[in-house]
Design a protein around this ligand. Structure first.
Ligand code: AMP
Ligand code: MG
Length: 397
């Protein structure tokens, strides 16, 4: 059951669908995907108001050198109900204060000399100067947030300005993460002879959180059917279950047997890519199950290329893949794998555009190269060698 990377992604995305919506409070909305359309329930600004600290005037009264008597003071937050600008007079007004009756322009404070309640105008004034008209920013009834919009600070400002407390967004997926292996101990425990610390669970949890989903660590299952089954049953309650290790050809690899017996419909068990080739995908009652390799680098790259797009789709996102960019190669890049090859590289912006070089030893066991890398170059199977100055596709991560 080996499939190409493209087939693997198509299978995964055909099974992973956007989740239902939930109502979420303003403070938790950033990064979430809108599941409802938001129309302006009112004009913004709601009423005509002053754009500047200055004086509310009648433009016809104002010529350069002319004088006006200041009759009232109108700060932001006060009603203009009992205030009127009459001919030959001005009202001192602050930014955001409502425009009083009789006024048709604002003169900024820096355009007058103000002596004992009489202002002398330095310039002429035109009707509507420095007045923010009601609805000039956002008009009542306009659709301002569409379904599928990723909410940023700007959208949240708008919702608060509309006096909304919450909004319907796509539910946030829960991602259960299961480490398997007799050699694993949890962080904090001292590894004995032949043991290593379970690090995959934490890099995967980090990657899940980076997207804005919720990781749930199931802990470590041992390399036997019962131990894995116990955790898989828990994990199938989540929206996505990710297992690492125990899914290759070794005589202690029980993950697929356990998934099969748990009723998971397996769509593939290998992808023609490197690293991350021994990656599988199945589905049970809407829960997507990814079986990733145990090797830390492989599990991270498999997450990046297979799980991340699925997770984003469940979260309601439309851009599922990181954008590919062209870069010029420094040195030589090789792909002898006969598979789609992801190379860990350092990419740098230069005067001649993006330039990449290998981040080091590309052996999948080498975490150090992952630490040095800021991008992955994608080489198709047939591209066995890329010489200096040639162009490649990459994406940052
Ligand atoms: P396996 O797929 O079980 O053959 O594991 C492949 C390699 O990944 C082995 O060297 C394991 O020790 C290592 N490995 C498996 N699980 C983890 C984990 N959770 N954290 C770090 N390394 C792991
Ligand atoms: Mg193992």
């Amino acid at each position: 059951m080996a499939v190409s990377l493209q087939e693997a992604r198509e299978l995964v995305l055909s099974k992973c669908l956007p989740l239902a919506s939930e109502s979420v409070g303003l403070l938790e909305l950033v990064g979430r995907v809108a599941a409802e359309e938001v129309k302006a329930p009112c004009n913004l600004p709601r009423w005509d108001n002053s754009e500047m600290d200055g004086f509310a005037v009648r433009a016809a009264d104002c010529r350069a050198g002319g004088q006006l008597r200041v009759t009232a003071y109108l700060p932001a937050g006060k009603s203009a109900e009992n205030i009127r600008v009459i001919s030959g007079c001005a009202v001192r007004i602050m930014t955001g204060a409502p425009i009083p009756a009789g006024c048709d322009a604002i003169v900024p404070i820096e355009n007058v000399d103000d002596v004992n309640g009489v202002i002398t105008l330095k310039t002429a004034v035109a009707v509507e100067d420095y007045i923010r008209a009601s609805g000039s920013d956002i008009a009542y009834g306009e659709v301002k947030i569409q379904v599928g919009t990723v909410l940023r600070a700007a959208e949240i400002n708008l919702l608060a300005a509309f006096n909304r407390l919450d909004m319907h967004v796509v539910r946030c997926p829960k991602v259960a993460i299961l480490s398997t292996g007799d050699e694993l101990v949890p962080p904090g425990e001292i590894p004995g002879a032949g043991q290593i610390v379970d690090s995959n669970a934490y890099s995967l949890a980090a990657a899940v959180r980076e997207i804005g989903a919720v990781p749930q660590l199931l802990g470590i299952a041992r390399d036997n059917f019962e131990s894995i089954l116990d955790k898989v049953i828990q994990g199938l309650q989540a929206d996505i279950l990710i297992t690492t290790a125990g899914a290759s050809a070794g005589d202690r690899d029980f993950v697929y047997e356990t998934l099969n017996k748990s009723g998971v419909e397996q769509l593939f068990q290998r992808v023609v890519m490197k690293p991350g080739g021994p990656s599988g995908f199945g589905i049970k009652d809407g829960t997507a199950v990814f079986s990733l390799p145990g090797n830390p680098v492989s599990s991270m790259i498999a997450f990046e290329e297979l799980v991340r797009p699925a997770l984003l789709k469940m979260m309601g996102h439309r851009n599922l893949l990181r954008p590919l960019q062209k870069a010029k190669v420094k040195g030589i890049l090789r792909n002898n794998s006969g598979k789609t090859r992801f190379l860990r590289v350092r990419a740098q912006d230069t005067d001649n555009g993006l330039v990449v070089e290998s981040a080091g030893n590309q052996n999948t066991g080498v975490l150090n190269t992952m630490l040095r890398a800021n991008a992955l170059v994608v080489l198709p199977a047939e591209r066995r060698e890329v010489g200096a100055g040639e162009s490649v596709d990459l994406h940052f991560f």
